[in-house]
Write a protein that binds this ligand. Structure first.
Ligand code: GDP
Ligand code: MN
Length: 359
């Protein structure tokens, strides 16, 4: 990077004072798994994101199990650079790398080489999909959705296009960001996982997930009482809560660790991703609960819409500072100002401290 360009950047991006800061900045990327036909909805989400972050110069790593159309590659690349305003565009052109990664078939779909993966006959697996489709389970009949969930749980971070990066923020086509935020600058030191929205899983998609979790034993089992409380149904079972992974900021060092790998392999070897319809969100959540300390997890209180669910900061001061365009609304009690998830600087707040009313 030439000195004059670096000087300009240093003045514009206040958090970047030295070349070492710039290197650190470039260790983060926006990660997107997407299909060719999602081009338009992805562009809308990218445009929205770039208008919400203080310095819109992130690298974008975009992956697909099928080759991207040349048209897709060309439009997305230009769109990311051109979405910067005239002042920042000249740096965007120099600073942003957009990479398009093809996922290998054997990584995407382990059933292609089934004999290496499971002894369960294909006919048994396929009849489970049919049953689950008939039961009305969301994506119950889909092989590709299952591949996607497994890939997001235990593979995306090993794709060579993410080599060298330390953190990614996941983005999906069609999502909207409703407040200003910076996915990486806002992380406290030592944080390995950040989320914004949490939901309750459909139980019929994960009949054996929690019992599989209980058979994963290690010496400090349940050392994370505080994090375990997030998923505890009160009697040591699973309350179905999970971090909604379509927005997540994640330490790649953490998910690439031996500990995380071993944890995921424990689940994968049961073929539960295929016999049932495990989502990547409950898988990631169990890994967070099992492997991280509460101070390594952060709630980013930003406005976020992934239809049909939305979150919005419950606190008026936060909404004002972040220039949010959302308003949280508690329909049941007809009041403004309720957040869905409550975390303070050090972790989760207790339930009875949670409600905050305004206006
Ligand atoms: P939902 O939010 O759970 O209903 O699932 P999505 O359709 O949003 O899928 C999650 C993410 O994976 C999105 O970024 C999709 O674009 C992506 N995705 C889902 N299925 C596939 C697939 O078969 N191939 C590719 N390349 N991406 C997929
Ligand atoms: Mn989605």
């Amino acid at each position: 990077l030439p000195d004059d360009l670096f000087d300009e950047i240093r003045h514009e991006i206040l958090s970047i004072k030295t070349r070492a800061d710039l290197t650190k900045f470039k260790q983060n990327a926006i990660y997107i798994l997407v299909r060719n036909y999602e081009l338009d909805s992805l562009c809308k989400s990218i445009l929205n994101f770039l208008s919400r972050v203080p310095h819109p110069y992130f690298d974008f790593i975009i992956m697909n199990d099928k080759p991207f159309d040349p048209f897709f590659i060309n439009q997305i690349t230009k769109f990311i650079i051109n979405s910067n305003n005239p002042t920042t565009k000249k740096w965007a052109e120099r600073l942003i790398t957009v990479k398009f990664g093809l996922i290998k078939a054997e990584i995407w779909d382990p059933l292609e080489h089934k004999e290496d993966y499971t002894t369960i006959p294909m006919s048994v697996i396929e009849s489970r999909w049919e049953q689950q489709e008939e039961q009305g389970i969301l994506y119950g009949g889909s092989r590709s959705y299952r591949n996607m969930c497994r890939f997001q749980s235990m593979n995306f971070y090993n794709h060579p296009s993410l080599d060298g990066y330390k953190y990614t923020m996941r983005m999906e086509p069609g999502v909207e960001y409703l407040c200003n935020f910076d996915p990486f600058e806002e992380l406290r030191d030592g944080v390995k996982y950040a989320f914004t929205l949490s939901l309750v899983e459909y139980p019929e998609t994960i009949p054996s997930l929690f019992t599989t979790y209980l058979t994963y034993k290690r010496d400090e089992y349940y050392r994370n009482r505080e994090l375990f409380e997030f998923i505890n149904d009160g009697i040591g079972g699973y309350n179905l809560c999970h971090f909604w992974t379509n927005f997540e900021v994640i330490s790649l060092d953490w998910v690439r660790s031996e500990e995380y790998t071993r944890f995921m392999e424990h689940f994968d070897k049961t073929a539960g991703f295929y016999m049932e319809r495990w989502g990547d969100a409950p898988l990631r959540t169990l890994a967070v609960v099992e492997l991280l300390r509460i101070d390594e997890v952060q709630w980013l209180d930003i406005g976020y819409l992934h239809p049909p669910f939305v979150s919005c900061p419950g606190d008026l001061k936060t909404r004002t500072e972040r220039q949010c365009t959302c308003e949280p609304y508690d329909f049941e009690n007809d009041i403004l100002g309720i957040s869905l998830v409550y975390m303070n600087e050090d972790g989760f707040e207790k339930d009875d401290e949670e409600e905050e009313e305004e206006e």
